[in-house]
Design a protein around this ligand. Structure first.
Ligand code: ATP
Length: 397
């Protein structure tokens, strides 16, 4: 088991990881989710003893990584698939790692087979595609047959077949009773791979629950309701009636209303009761991706300007001064609901800029380079001496 208690990492004024406490248990895949720059890699580096926490601590099987006897046999990691000497063949790269960790050479051929690289084992890794590099990094992580495995964005750059393969591999490793901790910024991928989810934003814990609980807490049904566009009065009349009946109503881009808390027949009856014609009344389910976006939107450091999900928040301003963000039967009627915590039945993010946590900072920008590491984790090294040196996550091809 991996256990973090009050884990904190500051780089000067920047707090990359902020008082994080969680447990990663054996026998299941635990997804580690968070937007870019939220502190996932920093957390993994601290677990592996590559970065020293500013406060708090993290242990594997009750010991800090640095005190684990024969650590490479107990813990395997893929942090950066490009942390490879490009002049070496895949086999020689793995052989050198195996020799350092006292792992027999026969295991190298075994893991090359597991990841499907046996036919290119004698090719230099500098000619490898991103996907082949990821497979080589995974082979390195498996080398010591460890009980604890950490993978930082393992499906990066993989084609659908590769993604499917990684997904099954993670599940298989967990089914063997291993502890599998895998980071991603894709909720949809984690929903298919992980049993448990730890979500962070700006270094802080946002959610720690099973995928099953996350789904039941975040994917309630809603109805989409559309009324004739040429009569805003009808829209207002219906909205008032829905709220009065206990529903919660949000504006969607394009003028539709998103209604939660009322079954479809009741919505239809209410519309009929107030004499409003309906052009659409359809059942929908908010996706997990959407729930995740809403959970993390206030803590996104780097935001694209054409974020399709953010568009959901662009509720149209009614010509009669009706609310822009949404209506609610809850406190703050007529006001957009606060977004800091997940709220059942309310899925549309608020308009950009409404959230005090939203950084006005750079629209895009590279994170500070993180030293690379993969495979059986070597004795902790200062960042500048880490294998592969300072590398970026860009595809060099
Ligand atoms: N060595 C460092 N020096 C200064 N700041 C750093 C360093 N390493 C990370 N950071 C900063 O800490 C924050 C967290 O970075 P980290 O790489 O852990 O996030 P991440 O969730 O892994 O992001 P991504 O999904 O983009 O890989 C970022 O703001 C990053 O710029």
């Amino acid at each position: 088991m991996i256990e973090a208690v009050g884990l904190t990492k500051r780089y000067g004024a920047k707090t990359a990881v902020d008082d994080l406490s969680f447990q990663v248990r054996p026998g299941s895949v635990t997804g580690f989710l968070g937007p870019n720059g939220s502190g996932k890699s920093t957390t993994m580096r601290m677990i592996l003893g590559l970065d020293r926490p500013t406060a708090g601590h993290v242990t594997i099987g009750g010991h800090p990584y640095r005190s684990l006897p024969n650590a490479p046999r107990q813990v395997g990691a893929l942090l950066d698939a490009k942390a490879v000497h490009g002049g070496r063949t895949a086999r020689n790269h793995l052989l050198s790692l195996a020799q350092l960790a006292g792992i027999p050479a026969a295991r190298v051929d075994e893991v090359l087979g597991v990841v499907g690289l046996q036919d290119v084992a004698r090719r230099r890794s500098s000619g490898f595609s991103l996907g082949m590099g990821q497979r080589l990094g995974i082979a390195a992580a498996l080398l010591g047959d460890p009980q604890v495995l950490l993978f930082d964005e393992p499906v990066n750059g993989l084609d659908p077949e590769g993604i499917h393969w990684v997904r099954n591999l993670m599940k298989m490793l967990a089914a063997e009773g291993r502890t599998v901790f895998v980071s991603s910024h894709l909720m949809s991928e984690m929903a298919l791979t992980a049993d448990h989810l730890i979500v962070i934003g700006r270094g802080r814990l946002l959610s720690d629950m099973s995928v099953k609980d996350f789904i039941s807490a975040n994917s309630a049904d809603f109805a989409r309701v559309r009324v004739p566009e040429n009569d805003p009065g009808e829209r207002e009349k219906l909205t008032a009636s829905l709220i009065e009946a206990g529903g919660r109503v949000m504006s969607e881009p394009g003028g539709a209303l998103r209604v939660t808390g009322l079954p479809l027949p009741r919505i239809s009856d209410l519309a009929h009761g107030c004499g409003v014609r309906l052009w659409e009344l359809s059942p929908h389910q908010a996706s997990l991706e959407e729930a995740y976006m809403r959970m993390t939107q206030g803590v996104v450091d780097y935001r694209s300007t054409d974020d399709a999900k953010a568009g959901l928040a662009e509720a149209p301003q009614g010509p009669h001064g009706d609310v822009a963000g949404g209506y609610g039967a809850e406190p703050g009627l007529g006001q957009p609901l606060p977004v800091e915590a997940p709220q059942e039945g309310w899925y549309a993010p608020p308009p950009p800029g409404r959230d005090a946590h939203t950084a006005p900072g750079p629209a895009a920008g590279p994170s500070a380079p993180v030293p690379a590491a993969s495979g059986p984790v070597p004795a902790p090294t200062p960042p500048s001496a880490a294998p592969g040196g300072q590398q970026t996550s860009e595809d060099p091809r």
